[in-house]
Design a protein around this ligand. Structure first.
Ligand code: NAD
Length: 254
């Protein structure tokens, strides 16, 4: 059985991923702000580094996988949390845990979003993320709307992934991303019940070809596949788990 790290494991998609891994008999080292094996604020780069050290202590023989699910949505009041949690913490954990992943020829599954490709996002913001220029990214994000900050972070993490796919493959580590569509979690609950945004969200959901919102388990199924040996020839890929919504928005791009 394997040993995996899942961040954002206290809620939503991360909780479903850790539950599914445990149900298959694997060991999970969970990470979140609270209610996890390692409680850490991943927005804080020192806390993120310390959390990675704790993982390495708990997994001295290496890791079979890493699923950095922790993320914040577009409406978070502190806009700077979006690049910190959705991008920089993810890259930091992949880099710090890479030696442990190499040891067991592990796999990484990132959580992007189908919104990453739905529209154009600020190129300066995304380039600053990919280049690891925290100062510029944190300054630029203050000039963006929440959706631009969020979608840009989700596009940038995939672009970072694809740039790093060959180097990780060379040391035996696969890296892929799941791009969820609208999924029923704590992140989406507030909007659904909102008097102003609720009707627009229901209209948006009515256009999902498979006729429903995603469930955390739908995302977990895709993540477990990409972690598994069945996906041993898949790396650098993005798997849309969105009931066909991306096909509606971008029928000619894939
Ligand atoms: P969620 O709010 O249910 O779970 C997110 C988890 O991340 C929470 O447990 C939260 O405590 C944790 N977290 C947030 N900030 C943190 C921090 N600074 N340090 C440590 N942990 C932190 O949301 P979810 O929908 O399960 O989101 C999981 C991932 O899926 C996110 O990256 C999100 O962007 C992505 N996603 C979600 C949807 C959707 O519709 N729900 C769609 C596309 C992508």
């Amino acid at each position: 059985m394997g040993i995996y790290v899942v961040t954002g494991a206290a809620s939503g998609i991360g909780q479903a991923v850790s539950g599914a891994l445990r149900a298959e008999g694997h060991e999970v080292i969970s990470m979140d702000l609270r209610d996890a094996d390692i409680n850490a604020d991943l927005a804080d780069s020192d806390a993120c580094a310390a959390a990675a050290v704790q993982v390495l202590e708990r997994a001295p023989d290496g890791l079979d996988g890493l699923v950095p699910c922790a993320g914040v949505g577009p409406e978070v009041p502190d806009r700077g949390l979006i690049p910190r949690v959705n991008f920089f913490a993810v890259v930091d954990l992949v880099n710090r845990l890479q030696p442990a992943l190499e040891r067991r020829r592990g796999a990484v599954v990132l959580i992007s979003s189908n919104s990453a490709q739905m529209t154009e996002y600020d190129e300066t913001y995304m380039q600053s993320l990919i280049a690891g220029d925290r100062e510029l990214a944190l300054q630029r994000v203050q000039e963006l709307e929440g959706q631009g900050a969020y979608g840009g972070s989700k596009q940038a993490i995939v672009r970072w992934m694809r740039r790093n796919t060959p180097a990780l493959a060379a040391v035996g580590v696969r890296i892929n991303a799941v791009a969820p569509g609208y999924t029923e979690t704590g992140m989406t609950a507030a909007g659904r019940d909102h008097p102003e945004y609720g009707p627009a969200i229901r209209e948006f959901l009515a256009s999902v070809p498979l006729g429903r919102a995603g469930l955390p388990e739908d995302q977990a199924n895709a993540v477990l596949f990409l972690l598994s040996e069945r996906a041993s020839f898949i790396t650098g890929s993005v798997l849309f788990v969105d009931g066909g919504h991306d096909a509606v928005f971008r029928p000619d791009r894939f």
